[in-house]
Design a protein around this ligand. Structure first.
Ligand code: PAF
Length: 281
């Protein structure tokens, strides 16, 4: 496994692989890798002959009162885990490599509507930062495929939107949410939970599951089901931000239940902000 700090160095093996006509998959990450990231890496290895993982804690997707400074950074453990997975290359750029003109002069990617809803409403500027960094990574690596997790469902739709709209020649693959045995979606931020909060954390998955089950009943009311889910989360000691049923393709409010839907939720528990979602095909 080779590691690269600069895009010029990384482009050498990328050019060789392209010449040999082997496909390249990219897994963008912010490091602090857990089993969920490794599942993305395994998925990437099924999609392409070469796998590149990027590790970059992107400052532009954190709000001023968010955890950029304290976000867990564990590069040695990350590299050891990726080596065991047989990853071909790890890209570890610094901020100047990703934002060569500096943050304030950086070209930004903004998508009206999609970025301002749900998590975007609660984290202003977050998806602009995500879209901006992901487009940069896609430009730098030019992968055939890029793999993202379903847990960040809105993020994945933002990325699909920009790839389609800006004619980026990368196929976006969504891998299923990786879960602990009690259903909690794996996330680096789960480590902010105390032991007692960790025991209660699967209530978010359970609340979304109850909405999904309710939607299967005749005459189901998404609004009433979401209200009940919010109430159950409050009872479990969460500070819920939203539980919503949306059109799975567009995130539009669902007027009808005869199409693929997604139940999405976000809730704070202690220091952690948890998100999760369930697809209803
Ligand atoms: O999902 C993440 O870890 C990040 O949002 C991403 C896609 C690596 C961009 O920084």
């Amino acid at each position: 496994m080779q590691t690269f700090g600069s895009v010029d160095e990384l482009r050498r093996p990328l050019a060789e692989w392209r010449q040999d006509q082997v496909r390249v998959a990219l897994v963008p990450t912010m490091g602090n890798l857990h089993e969920g990231h490794l599942e993305l890496v395994r998925r990437a290895a099924r999609e392409a002959e070469r796998v590149v993982v990027s590790i970059f804690v992107n400052p532009t997707q954190f709000g001023p009162r968010e955890d950029f400074a304290s976000y867990p950074r564990t590069p040695e453990a990350d590299l050891a885990a990726l080596a065991l997975e047989g990853v071909d290359a790890v890209f570890l750029p610094d901020e100047a490599e990703v934002y060569p003109l500096g943050r304030s002069a950086a070209t930004r990617v903004s998508i009206p509507g999609l970025m301002d809803d749900l998590c975007g409403r609660l984290r202003p500027g977050h998806f602009e930062g995500v879209a901006t960094v992901v487009l940069r990574l896609l430009n730098m690596v030019a992968p055939d495929v890029a793999v993202f997790g379903q847990k960040d469902y809105q993020q994945q739709l933002v990325i699909r939107h920009l790839v389609h709209d800006l004619r980026v020649a990368t196929r976006i693959v969504m891998a299923p949410t990786s879960r602990e045995s009690d259903g909690l979606a794996r996330s680096s931020r789960n480590q902010y939970l105390t032991a007692e909060e960790r025991a209660r954390a699967p209530a978010l998955y359970a609340a979304l599951g109850a909405v999904a089950a309710g939607l299967a009943q005749p005459g189901a009311s998404p609004g009433a089901l979401c209200d009940a889910a919010m109430a159950s989360l409050r009872e479990a000691g969460f500070d819920p931000e939203y539980v919503e049923v949306r059109d799975a393709a567009t995130l539009a409010a669902c007027a009808a239940l005869d199409r693929p839907l997604v139940v999405l939720g976000a809730a704070r528990l202690g220091r952690a902000r948890l998100i999760d979602n369930l697809l209803i095909p």
